[in-house]
Ligand binder design. Structure first.
Ligand code: SF4
Ligand code: SF4
Length: 273
């Protein structure tokens, strides 16, 4: 097991000039284990961006609400689109340790974030690969990581499977298409209400559920009864629904339908036939 994966290793990653991109059948040399002198070093002094699915899994692992998780363990910054981006907050100790690392490893290993799974790989994408819907990976150059000097080799495909990355990639696809949409990049959202709605739908799912069930939401939109049942208790279903709502609200895509009586009333208010 490896206890951590930095999304960003300060000034230690390989420069673009020496970049080698791996195909699924290509091999990498890597073996992390508790006997190595570097064990858990990669879980300190790092920057980890959390995806919405990371937050979902981590709050489940800790058995706390999304609101409590976000308040206790994250910091938020505004990204290129003007929308919030969530980071895992490191501890205030002399090594800036991850709050979940102990000497014997990661306490939330089964639900560790995507960034911790993908290590020692990092995604390399260009506009062309993005358009083709493909992701390529390179191996990071982390001098202190002894796992990179191990005898064991395995293919990229084997590594991705062993780390349980597929479900993260699947969950990420929808979110990524919204959060990196060129329309948002151009507009750069500055409206704090929109920023908060986005934050709630992406990261604070328990609040989003209250918003759906305790506001006029269900009176306004046509939602299948089965979907309503699913999102009551299933966070993954709720997350998918939240992404759909963002596509509708942020990107004006026709993925949700307003109830006819609500449309008629609105037209009446606006004096439209
Ligand atoms: S979440 Fe776990 S694996 Fe990731 S940095 Fe923290 S302790 Fe390490
Ligand atoms: S081998 Fe690398 S991934 Fe494993 S503990 Fe050491 S630094 Fe971390």
């Amino acid at each position: 097991m490896h206890p951590g994966n930095p999304m960003k290793k300060k000034a230690e990653t390989k420069g673009k000039k020496s970049l080698t991109v791996l195909k699924p059948e290509n091999t990498l040399r890597f073996n992390c284990n508790q006997n190595l002198g570097c064990y858990t070093r990669c879980c300190r002094d790092i920057t980890i961006f959390l995806t919405p699915y990371d937050v979902l899994r981590m709050k489940h692992a800790l058995k706390i609400s999304s609101g409590d998780f976000l308040a206790a363990h994250t910091a938020t910054v505004i990204g290129d689109t003007g929308l919030p981006v969530v980071l895992l907050k490191m501890q205030d100790d002399d090594r800036k340790s991850c709050p979940f690392v102990t000497n014997s490893g990661c306490t939330i290993y089964a639900d560790r974030p995507w960034a911790c799974r993908i290590y020692p790989l990092q995604p390399e994408s260009t506009q062309l690969t993005e358009k083709a819907g493909k992701t390529y990976y390179s191996v990071m150059n982390i001098p202190f990581c002894l796992g990179l000097k191990a005898d064991r080799t395995l293919t990229l495909a084997e590594y991705i499977q062993a780390q349980g990355i597929s479900v993260y990639l699947e969950m990420e696809t929808h979110f990524k298409s919204i959060s990196t949409h060129e329309r948002l990049l151009k507009e750069k959202i500055a409206n704090t209400q929109i920023q908060d709605m986005y934050y709630m739908a992406c990261y604070d799912l328990d609040r989003f559920r209250r918003f759906v069930f305790e506001s006029t939401f269900l009176d306004r939109f046509e939602i299948q009864p089965q979907t309503i049942e699913d999102i009551k208790a299933d966070d993954v279903a709720l997350y998918r629904f939240a992404m759909q709502w963002l596509e509708y609200g942020l990107l004006a895509q026709h993925v949700m339908k307003v109830k006819p009586d609500v449309v008629a009333l609105k037209k009446q208010e606006l004096g439209i036939e």
